[in-house]
Design a protein around this ligand. Structure first.
Ligand code: DOR
Length: 422
C-alpha cells in the first residue's frame, strides 16, 4: 500500500501534516516539520481545511434486514462515509429483530460487502426477543456474533425486573446497555412535546418528565447494582439534571444527545411538519440551552445522530400517521460544526463528543494521531455551503427538518485505514 501525506490541514487550531503508511499514522506534526513528505507518498494539500479523526456514531438505524426501502446497510454506510463517520453502531429494530446471531452476521456481511475498508458497522443486539420486553435475548450468542452493546431500542422494557436482568447479563458479557428512556404510558399516542406548541396545534403531547422518570429508573438501578448504563438521545433539561445528579453520586452512567436537540426546538413542528417529528420530540428553547451546557460540561458524554431514515411516502402523510425520526448521518458534522461558530463548542469538544467518548465507552478503536493509530480521518471545509437535497444526501431517505436548507461546512474527503472512502 502506498504512503499518503496530508499537509497544511488545521487540527485543533494548529497547521499540521499527517503521514500514513500501511494503514496507520506514521508521523504527525506541526506545519512544515514534515517537509514535502516522502517521495513515494501521495500528497494532499489540505490548505483551508479542518482535519478530524473519523467520528463514531453510537446510535443509528440502518433498516436492514426488513425495511430496505428506507435505508440499507450500503446506503447507510455511504452516508456515514461522506458524513465523516468511520464506525456506526446500529440499533436492533430491524425485521427480523437483531435478537439472534444470524441477523447480526447478515448486517456485518452486508457492511463488509459494501465497504470492505469501512465505515464499519457495529450492531447493537436486542435486550429482549423481538424487543417485546418479555424474555431476555440470547446475549451471549449476540456478543459472540459481533454485537458491541445491548438495547431494547425504541421499546423500553416496562418490567423493571427484566430490565435489571438485562443489565446483569449484559455486564457479565462486558456489554453496555443503552436505554431509550420513555415512560410508555405518558407517551401513549403522543405526537410531539407537551407544551405551548402542542396546545396550539391540538396535538397530543409527550411530557418531558416521561423521559426523566424512565431515566431515573435506569440510573438508580445502575447505582444500586454498580453496573453501567448509557442513556440514549437525552432531549430535556430535566433528564440532563438527573444525569448530573446520578454521576455526582458515582453511578456508572453515560449519556448521549443528538445534533437536533442542540439546535432545534418544538416550533419546527408548526405547520404540522412531519419532517420535524422525532422521538423523543424536539423540546423547548430552554431545553436546547440546558443540553448545550450539558455537552460542554461533560454531563452528557457524547453525541449520536439517532439516524432514523424513513421514505418520503411515509412522511408525506397527516401528522399523526407519520413515523418518528430524522435521517442524520449526512448532516451531523455540518450541523454540529455550526455550534463552534456560535461559540457553544470548540473543535476539541467535537472530537471529544463524536470520537474519544464513544470510542472509550464502547471500546472501539479511535485515531488520536499517535504513531501506529489507525489512519482514520476526514477533511472538512468549514466554509463550503451546500443545499440539503435528494441529490446531496447519500442516505436513501430525506426526512430531516434541514431538507431544502443550506448548511455551511462539509466533509470533503475521508480515509479509513489510509484508504479513501469518500
Ligand atoms: O425518532 C425515532 N425513530 N425514535 C426512535 O426511537 C426510533 C426511531 C426509528 O427507528 O425510526
Amino acid at each position: 500500500m502506498s504512503a499518503l501525506f496530508v499537509h497544511n490541514a488545521r487540527y485543533l487550531g494548529e497547521i499540521v501534516h499527517v503521514l500514513v503508511r500501511d494503514g496507520s499514522v506514521a508521523a504527525f506534526g506541526p506545519g512544515g516539520s514534515g517537509g514535502d513528505g516522502p517521495a513515494d507518498a501521495e500528497r494532499v494539500d489540505a490548505a483551508g481545511l479542518v482535519l478530524f479523526p473519523s467520528f463514531i456514531d453510537a446510535h443509528v438505524h440502518l433498516r436492514e434486514p426488513g425495511f430496505e426501502w428506507k435505508e440499507d446497510v450500503a446506503s447507510g454506510l455511504a452516508a456515514a462515509a461522506h458524513g465523516g463517520f468511520g464506525t456506526v453502531m446500529c440499533m436492533a429494530n430491524t425485521d427480523p429483530v437483531n435478537d439472534r446471531a444470524s441477523v447480526t452476521e447478515q448486517i456485518l456481511a452486508a457492511g463488509r460487502r459494501a465497504f470492505p475498508h469501512g465505515p464499519r458497522v457495529r450492531p447493537i443486539g436486542a435486550a429482549t426477543t423481538g424487543l417485546k420486553g418479555v424474555e431476555l435475548a440470547p446475549m451471549h450468542e449476540l456478543a459472540e456474533a459481533g454485537c458491541v452493546a445491548i438495547s431494547n431500542d425504541g421499546l423500553p422494557v416496562a418490567d423493571t425486573e427484566i430490565f435489571r436482568r438485562v443489565m446483569e447479563y449484559a455486564a457479565d458479557l462486558d456489554l453496555i446497555v443503552i436505554d431509550h428512556c420513555e415512560d410508555p404510558c405518558l407517551a401513549r399516542k403522543a405526537q410531539m412535546n407537551e407544551g405551548r406548541v402542542s396546545g396550539l396545534l391540538g396535538l397530543k403531547g409527550q411530557p418531558d418528565v416521561g423521559e426523566t422518570i424512565q431515566a431515573a429508573r435506569s440510573v438508580l438501578l445502575a447505582e444500586y447494582l454498580n453496573l453501567p448504563v448509557h442513556i440514549a438521545h437525552v432531549s430535556s433539561a430535566r433528564t440532563a439534571d438527573l444525569i448530573a445528579w446520578s454521576k455526582a453520586r458515582g453511578a456508572r452512567v453515560t449519556a448521549e444527545t443528538c445534533p437536533h436537540y442542540l439546535t432545534l426546538d418544538e416550533t419546527e413542528v408548526m405547520g404540522y411538519n412531519t419532517n420535524a417529528k422525532v422521538n423523543p420530540p424536539l423540546r423547548t428553547p430552554a431545553d436546547v440551552a440546558a443540553l448545550r451546557a450539558a455537552v460542554k460540561s461533560g454531563v452528557i458524554d457524547m453525541l449520536a445522530t439517532d439516524h432514523a431514515p424513513h421514505a418520503p411516502h411515509e412522511k408525506e402523510t397527516p401528522f399523526d400517521e407519520a413515523p418518528n425520526g430524522f435521517t442524520g448521518l449526512d448532516l451531523a458534522v455540518s450541523v454540529t460544526y455550526g455550534l463552534t461558530r456560535e461559540g457553544v463548542l470548540t473543535e476539541s469538544d467535537l472530537v471529544r463528543l463524536w470520537c474519544f467518548a464513544p470510542g472509550e465507552r464502547f471500546k472501539l478503536p479511535v485515531n488520536r494521531f499517535q504513531t501506529g493509530d489507525p489512519a482514520d480521518f476526514f477533511l472538512f471545509d468549514p466554509d463550503l455551503e451546500w443545499q440539503v437535497t435528494a441529490e446531496t444526501l447519500f442516505s436513501k431517505s430525506r426526512n430531516t427538518p434541514w431538507f431544502g436548507r443550506t448548511l455551511r461546512g462539509r466533509v470533503t474527503a475521508h480515509w479509513l485505514g489510509g484508504i479513501r472512502v469518500a
